[in-house]
Design a protein around this ligand. Structure first.
Ligand code: NAD
Length: 297
């Protein structure tokens, strides 16, 4: 029987744990604060940010939200980041990506104080992750690692294939899987758009993390029987639903679930974990700033 990995349940556990640690901070007189910055009128981005704010409220994190007109000059966003860097009540800063084309994403990511960079995208934090001394693990791959741990999926010595090499998902995912220690020690192959014979790589994988952004790209015929399949993809496809579309992952769930040992659904798999790990990083950031041991590594 294929086990369905319940991201909603594991994320609820992470949130409950984070809420306990918020109490530790409160005892020390600290209220953790997360600032979200939105410079976009994209409906999906608006939804993501409002969900993040709602999550904050649920666990006792103070949410601060700043909206910037997408047509405003880039300097307005940079100035906002500078202000948030200076604020004592802000422990985490998240600029919702993508930003408009006239704004340089790299500059945005470099401008955020690395100690408030709860997305883990600042080069200093990327470097620390690669060096095996992560301060903030990027939320999506960290969430995947937590799911594997929650379902006792052995990574040590496992053959893992990550499909996708983005800075947000693929690369940090591979970096986490190869680190020494729990949730790591996997022999990890990173596949991408120029990979030759993806099928051969997948057919040997004990763990597959699909993050290519292509609807239902990985199907059951490509998988090793019993593999653990983590579907990061969220793709909008036309469908005869009320909204006129449906959300599907990068894995063809029906065929994959006949072969896999365990699999994440979309929605309800990785998505809720990404949100939960943002709360985790924010509380960790507040602990670091105020020298309170909240017990998050
Ligand atoms: P991206 O577009 O930045 O990267 C996609 C990667 O897939 C690229 O590195 C590319 O080389 C690779 N790729 C493209 N075609 C390929 C092919 N034919 N074979 C192998 N690799 C191929 O996307 P991203 O930001 O990494 O996101 C990936 C997916 O995950 C998207 O569907 C996105 O919406 C989703 N996502 C979900 C969450 C979540 O919380 N669940 C978070 C971030 C992203």
């Amino acid at each position: 029987m294929t086990e369905v990995i319940d991201g909603e349940a594991v994320a609820a556990d992470v949130r409950a744990d984070v809420a306990d640690r918020v109490e530790l901070l409160e005892h020390a007189g600290v209220t953790p604060g997360l600032a979200t910055v939105l410079m976009s009128d994209d409906a999906a981005s608006e939804t993501y940010v409002s969900m993040k704010q709602r999550d904050c409220e649920e666990v006792g994190i103070e949410g601060i939200h700043v909206e910037i007109d997408p047509d405003a000059p880039a300097s307005e966003l940079y100035g906002t980041i500078d202000d948030l860097n200076d604020r004592d009540d802000v422990h985490g800063i998240l600029v919702q990506l993508p930003v408009p084309e006239h704004v340089d994403t790299r500059q945005v990511l470099r401008r955020i104080d690395p100690e408030k960079d709860v997305d883990g995208f600042h080069p200093e934090n990327v470097g620390r992750l690669v060096a095996g001394d992560a301060r903030f693990k990027p939320c999506t791959p960290h969430g995947v690692q937590k799911l594997l741990e929650a379902y006792d999926v052995e990574t040590e010595g496992a053959d893992a294939v990550v499909v996708g090499r983005s800075d947000i998902v693929g690369k940090p995912m591979a970096n986490l899987l190869i680190q020494k220690g729990p949730g790591g020690n996997a022999t990890t192959t990173v596949c991408h758009s120029r990979t030759r014979d993806l099928e051969a790589k997948l057919s040997n994988a004990d763990i597959v993390v699909a993050a290519a952004g292509i609807p239902e790209f990985v199907d059951g015929s490509m998988l090793k029987p019993g593999a653990t399949v983590i579907d990061v993809g969220i793709n909008k496809v036309d469908a005869e639903t009320e909204k006129g579309y449906a959300l599907v992952g990068d894995v063809d769930y029906d065929s994959a679930s006949e072969v896999a040992g365990a699999i994440t659904p979309v929605p309800g798999g990785v998505g809720p974990m990404t949100r939960a790990m943002l709360l985790y990083n924010t509380v960790k950031a507040a602990g670091i700033r105020h020298d309170v041991d909240v017990g998050l590594r």
